[in-house]
Design a protein around this ligand. Structure first.
Ligand code: SF4
Length: 211
């Protein structure tokens, strides 16, 4: 895909949604970190339901750590992998309290060293809470980048590297949210909705649908 097409894609995505953000509910970097940690293999809607209850009783590293793993499990038991996620949340809170003054570190290495926090979660926190121009490649972005040929790659790291190379600077901060939303609602996994896609004429996918 050439540069002009890429620019036009982002122009349209921006015009369609000038201020995109995550669909996870959060008020602080800590709440965002916990929500993203819970969102692995779970829908944003299910995470929002659980965090509404959880954050009502604990929304800081100190209060969450004091709550303890069993009570966290109770609050998030509707979410997949809740046992492991609750254990990781408590371990992460302990480290935040003991090593980071109960703050979320604005530092990739420090974030990725927290239990349950991988590259994708760190990227989301750096981008959404701290406004770093990072791109967290999830299943939606991976699909959209490959189908459109915007940034093809064999795995999520390759797609992330390619996006960082080719996305114009002025679109980098919001790129992650535009592509996720596009993949979630238009360029969906089974049958992309090509007929109602605002970038259909720019997309280089060979098997566009007539939906
Ligand atoms: S035209 Fe179809 S395949 Fe291409 S981005 Fe749009 S929905 Fe996805």
């Amino acid at each position: 895909m050439n540069k002009e097409k890429r620019i036009e894609i982002f122009k349209r995505l921006q015009a369609n949604n000038p201020n995109p953000t995550t669909e996870l509910n959060f008020n602080t970097p800590f709440e965002l970190l916990i929500a993203v940690l819970l969102s692995a293999q779970a829908t944003d809607i299910s995470v929002n339901k659980a965090t509404k209850e959880l954050f009502a009783v604990a929304n800081t590293p100190d209060t969450m750590f004091a709550l303890g793993a069993d009570k966290v499990k109770e609050k998030i038991k509707t979410i997949g992998l809740f046992n492991t996620k609750a254990e990781n949340i408590i371990k992460t809170c302990k480290i935040l309290v003991e090593e980071y003054g109960s703050q979320i570190p604005e530092n990739r290495e420090a974030l990725e060293s927290l239990p349950g926090v991988g590259r994708k979660t760190a990227n989301v926190v750096l981008n959404t809470a701290f406004k770093w121009p990072t791109i967290a490649v999830d299943t939606h972005i991976f699909r959209v980048a490959n189908r459109t040929k915007l940034a093809p790659g064999k795995d999520v790291v390759a797609v992330e590297e390619k996006l960082l190379k080719v996305v114009p600077k002025e679109y980098m901060l919001d790129c992650h949210h535009w592509l996720i939303l596009h993949g979630r609602y238009t360029c969906v996994a089974r049958k992309p909705r090509c007929m109602s896609c605002i970038i259909e004429d720019l997309c280089e996918f060979k098997e566009k649908t007539s939906l």
